[in-house]
Design a protein around this ligand. Structure first.
Ligand code: AMP
Length: 180
């Protein structure tokens, strides 16, 4: 279901730009002002609910940490379970991990080996607030597939289109807002 221009503006206007955070030259897209705005949050979540209710999903997975917020609200709206993809060292049970490169060095995400239970090939939507280079989402989608599920789409609230991050992701990508 397409987002109306009016609803898009409500969501867009609720997100705040913070220049030079966490370092010089980065414009940080701050979603705390979206979360504290009930109209914007409801508009966004209703749009995502309408889009994904026909996908016949089994789970929503969210990326640490802002993907947890949107992902768990969506999971509850769709009557689905929610799975966390976490930064290394946070999950208590047996995990599968995937490293990805950052501008300098690398980072690592993990998922519980039994995150999606017993069902064969469960269909999973992966969600995060923003895609920049795409490294975090690529590693997270690959973890979902590694533990026996199928990542059927990756959803972002915002996409920094000029970084072409979605090119490396081996699943369809949907972004609510594209930022040039
Ligand atoms: P990447 O792996 O480069 O696609 O980075 C995506 C992750 O970094 C997401 O979890 C985002 O929340 C965060 N991130 C990267 N750039 C920004 C930005 N300009 N504003 C807010 N969050 C960002």
């Amino acid at each position: 279901m397409k987002l109306s221009a009016e609803d898009k503006k409500i969501i867009e206007d609720s997100i705040r730009d913070i220049p030079d955070f966490p370092k010089d030259g980065i414009i940080f897209k701050d979603i705390s002002t979206l979360l504290s705005n009930p109209k914007a949050l409801n508009t966004l979540m209703t749009h995502l609910e309408n889009r994904y209710k026909s996908y016949d999903l089994d789970f929503i997975a969210g990326i640490d940490a802002r993907g947890f917020i949107f992902g768990s609200i969506l999971a509850d709206r769709l009557g689905l379970g929610f799975v966390t993809v976490r930064k290394k060292g946070k999950l208590p049970y047996t995990t599968v991990a995937e490293k990805y490169t950052l501008e300098y060095g690398f980072d690592e995400v993990e998922i519980h080996i039994d995150a999606f239970g017993e069902k064969k090939n469960p269909k999973v939507l992966l969600i995060d607030d923003l895609i920049a280079t795409g490294g975090t989402a690529k590693a997270s989608a690959s973890l979902i597939n590694k533990v026996g599920a199928k990542c059927v789409e990756v959803c972002f609230i915002m996409e920094l289109g000029f970084l072409n991050g979605k090119d490396g992701i081996d699943a369809p990508v949907y972004s609510v807002l594209e930022i040039d």
